[in-house]
Design a protein around this ligand. Structure first.
Ligand code: SF4
Ligand code: SF4
Length: 342
């Protein structure tokens, strides 16, 4: 893989020079500890100390509310004026979130390929940025603390510079376009990168073991843990909304007041919502909260492994930080594994 060096003092000049490749988006501080990916007018607006945005980058590719088409008596069906072809540069995406995007690629590229999703993916340049874990990160346990692909460029902090890995030919074009800002890496940079890598590995405070978790979960299918969690869970769906790999959506037709026109929307949905498994005729397959939270855990840690060979959790910690009922995925999985030993 091609690697070059970018001095930190040149970062904003580099980002400003990307204008011709698309609109620049990155994490922006909303409150003391709240960050959100959004379009920026100038690179200075980007918060480089952001570890975890409220919503992950999935919001760019599968929108919270997305118009699929509009319809009217006069004009029939019309494809909406979409942002499908807007080119964006997504700066500051950490390794766990890049893995989140890779998981969504698997899901939306399956049997029924989602062209809305892939149109947006094709138009997004991903510039990754390394990070230091906090007490909620467990991406090292999920094997998503490092990525070799899924980005065009990836920047790792090596002191006064970034070591830049070039992941695609488009990334290479970008470097060539702004080549005066880059330098070749030397021995000092190689050593600095290895020190940074070791420091990062040693900074993880949380470790969970996922090796035989699907089997453990099968054994604990009838565990009282699920009911205990159900008693705490508020069914608010926050954990699904903030998760970089949750992708469920609902499709609804919305009629305008003239009753002659409207639109078909798809909206993020959550398996924690009470009516998620409600079917015609009024039966709800998961009417109680315990069965719904069990379903979420089984889908992410059991069913997804069976289907795609990996869990659909990238260890970002968002669901733990955001849960108003203080339900921690790490605690749940640790408890499941230790049950019977207590
Ligand atoms: S965020 Fe917490 S309370 Fe809300 S649905 Fe998820 S587990 Fe339940
Ligand atoms: S389940 Fe929680 S920790 Fe895992 S990827 Fe989703 S939000 Fe992040």
């Amino acid at each position: 893989m091609k690697m070059v060096k970018l001095q930190k003092k040149n970062l904003n000049a580099f980002l400003a020079g990307l204008e011709k490749f698309g609109d620049l988006h990155g994490p922006v501080r909303r409150d003391t500890n709240d960050f959100a990916f959004q379009k920026v007018d100038a690179p200075e607006q980007i918060a480089h100390d952001c570890l975890r945005t409220i919503l992950p980058p999935k919001k760019y590719f599968t929108k919270p509310v997305d118009t699929m088409f509009t319809f009217s008596e006069a004009e029939g069906y019309r494809a909406p004026d979409k942002d499908l072809h807007t080119k964006i540069i997504l700066f500051g995406v950490h390794p766990c979130d890049i893995h989140g995007i890779k998981i969504l690629d698997l899901v939306f590229g399956g049997q029924y390929r989602d062209e809305y999703y892939f149109a947006r993916r094709r138009n997004a340049i991903v510039v990754g940025l390394d990070c230091m874990p906090d007490e909620y990160c467990f991406c090292r346990s999920t094997g998503t603390d490092f990525t070799e692909d899924g980005f065009d460029l990836f920047l790792s902090d090596i002191g006064s510079s970034y070591l830049v890995r070039v992941g695609t030919s488009l990334g290479d074009d970008i470097v060539l376009e702004t080549s005066t800002l880059f330098q070749e890496i030397g021995d000092t940079d190689r050593r600095a990168y290895k020190r940074r890598s070791a420091q990062r590995i040693n900074s993880f405070e949380v470790e969970i073991h996922l090796e035989d978790l699907p089997e453990i979960m099968d054994l604990e299918y009838e565990s009282r843990i699920w009911q205990e969690l159900g008693d705490k869970c508020l069914s608010c769906g926050t954990c699904s909304m903030v998760c970089p790999t949750c992708y469920c959506y609902d499709v609804v037709d919305q009629l305008n007041l003239d009753a002659k026109s409207g639109s078909r929307l798809r909206r993020w949905d959550s398996c924690l919502f009470k009516d998620y498994a409600l079917v015609a005729g009024g039966h709800n397959f998961r009417a109680d909260r315990g069965s719904r939270i069990k379903n979420r855990y089984f889908h992410k840690q059991r069913g997804f492994v069976a289907q795609f060979g990996r869990p659909s959790c990238v260890g970002c910690g968002r669901c733990i930080v955001s849960c108003p009922a203080a339900i921690s995925l790490v605690d749940v999985l640790t408890k499941l594994r230790s049950r019977g030993n207590e």
